[in-house]
Design a protein around this ligand. Sequence first.
Ligand code: URA
Length: 215
Amino acid sequence: MANASPSFQNPPRDCALCPRLAKFRDQNRTTFPDKFNAPVPAFGDPGAGLLIVGLAPGLRGANFSGRPFTGDWAGDLLYKTLLDFGFARGTYGARADDGLELVDCRITNAVRCVPPENKPTGPEIKQCGAFLRDELAAMSNLKVILSLGKISHDAVLRTCGETLSAHPFAHGAVHRMAGITLLDSYHCSRYNTNTGRLTEAMFRAVFEKIRDIAR
Ligand code: URA
């Protein structure tokens, strides 16, 4: 898919901006040589009105498949919900070549490389924010951003030059920013869904709001 802006840049396969993540990637390339093991690019049309921003690729999910949330536990609920709400068509097969298409929707992560123990550090989130900024700048029809979790929420606010204190994270919160609306959801992670912090009904309620704003 062509990118909408000439300034848009994906991190290179061997991006070395975050030494800890680059080292982990090298280890994973040795352990899992037939897997993707590189910065995971966004999925979907840059001309979309909705951007979903997750945290970072899961080791055996997006890091293996090369597509955000694909093969991750969190992807099962996310892609099911996108299909139900018409933001995707086809069948989600937990692999990048399943033929699934997003509809007026794009998905990326605050951090493009898989972090050890699923936990990116503050400097890594800040470093990768340059790619998120380019991503947002390339999306000329962007109306709504859905942040999955507080790390994504904070990264989006920083990228948009908004203060964190003016926009506290809360599940279901709607933040009006210049020309764009930011919605928050608890991350659809295994931990959050298993503990009941995020139920399917709560997640669907967020998408009902998105549908009202985006369409
Ligand atoms: N997979 C992703 O790509 N992002 C997340 O935030 C979680 C799982």
